[in-house]
Design a protein around this ligand. Structure first.
Ligand SMILES: [Fe+2]
Length: 379
């Protein structure tokens, strides 16, 4: 048996870690970083705080904030143009998954000039990511995506009419600065939904096929951290310990899912693209049904998750029950009909779930009929 492991990037973790940004920039030789953030976050004090930390250390900086929730290739092109016009030498991506994904795509764009879909991992585009990439510092402001330690990005490409996955070890941020204080102001609903995304990464990583005991250990630990802290972080956003534990669990999720994801994400992706659900909510809704589906083939693994979640029932059913209870306590809807998913969308949902790559590492093989019955079980 041969296995290859890559463990991630340098991580600065803890309250006020943002203060160390200038030192990190200096050590990588950056003098003119470009801050990349999104349209929503630019209305909060966070991008200004980041710019101020850079400027207080005597460096100049510029901000590009034209990133939308599903970043597009046009935004990436514009970001690369701003980077070049400003003469930037580094990207500081600040926000949730969208600015971090956009930042990674801008990294590619600086020295790679083919159409963005040519770099699509699904058609071997990773081999074309060969030129020099400027360094990227990732600063997450949510606890969910884990993009700060991942080596992929998702960009909507208008000409291709679909999302393109960019994947390369070279896209792994040079440094992740995980400062939980940046999540203190997150609204309860976003805390809950993004936290369920973090839980789904760890659950799917643990269940996914393949040999990776290191990822398994990280995933189980992070599952218990989410079970103990997500409700508190949601109800008391300034709870220092809960916010810290959730940010770490989120980062651990993306470390763990280098082993693979699974059917939850394949079901969730079309629930966002076809039905407009947030990524975290879509994962949350499908998780109990996917656990039940997978427990038919890996009951012991799902039972391990029950234990990590703190269930008194150490069987696979215990995991399903705890997740359903957590959804209810977080105030998240549990049925697709309650969040506006239409019966007429089901064929599109099934088709897109099947073409999504995440379920290829799911422990149980998924056919069209499986996807259909999983959606229907959540109806
Ligand atoms: Fe996710």
């Amino acid at each position: 048996m041969k296995s290859r492991f890559n463990f991630p990037t340098r991580i600065l973790f803890g309250e006020q870690s943002l203060e160390d940004l200038p030192q990190e920039l200096s050590s990588m030789g950056s003098k003119r970083p470009l801050v990349v953030t999104d349209r929503g976050l630019v209305n909060t004090p966070i991008p200004e705080m980041v710019s101020a930390v850079i400027q207080d250390a005597g460096m100049e900086t510029e901000t590009f904030s034209q990133v939308s929730p599903n970043p597009t290739d046009a935004q990436v092109d514009e970001g690369a143009r701003v980077f070049a016009d400003y003469g930037a030498d580094c990207i500081v991506a600040v926000g949730g998954g969208s600015p971090m994904d956009a930042g990674k795509a801008i990294q590619i764009r600086i020295n790679h000039h083919e159409a963005m879909e040519e770099y699509d991992d699904l058609k071997g585009g990773d081999t074309k990511i060969t030129g020099q990439l400027p360094p990227l510092v990732a600063i997450p402001t949510t606890a969910g995506t884990g993009s700060e330690v991942s080596r992929s990005a998702v960009i909507s490409v208008a000409a291709a009419g679909r999302k393109v996955i960019l994947f390369s070890p070279r896209l792994m941020p040079s440094v992740a600065i995980c400062d939980p204080t940046l999540t203190y102001g997150l609204p309860a609903r976003i805390t809950a939904e993004t936290g369920m995304d973090a839980l789904s990464h760890n659950v799917e990583a643990y269940l996914s096929k393949g040999y990776h005991p290191m990822a398994d250990g990280i995933a189980l630990k992070a599952i218990s951290m989410v079970a103990r802290n997500l409700l508190t972080a949601t109800k008391d956003g300034k709870n220092v310990e809960a916010r810290r534990q959730m940010m770490m669990a989120s980062t651990m999720g993306a470390v763990a899912f280098q082993k693979g994801l699974g059917v939850i994400h394949s079901l969730a992706h079309p629930l966002s693209s076809v039905s407009g659900l947030s990524h975290g909510l879509a994962n949350a809704l499908m998780m109990p049904h996917a656990l039940a589906f997978n427990s038919q083939v890996v009951p012991g693994r799902v039972a391990d998750i029950a234990v990590a979640l703190g269930s008194k029932d150490h069987s696979a059913q215990g995991a399903i029950d705890v997740v359903e209870e957590l959804l209810s306590k977080l105030g998240l809807k549990a049925r697709l009909t309650e969040v506006g998913v239409k019966e007429s969308q089901i064929d599109d949902l099934v088709k897109n779930a099947m073409t999504d790559g995440c379920h290829t590492t799911n422990p149980r093989q998924c056919a069209d009929d499986d996807m259909r019955s999983l959606f229907k079980s959540a109806w």
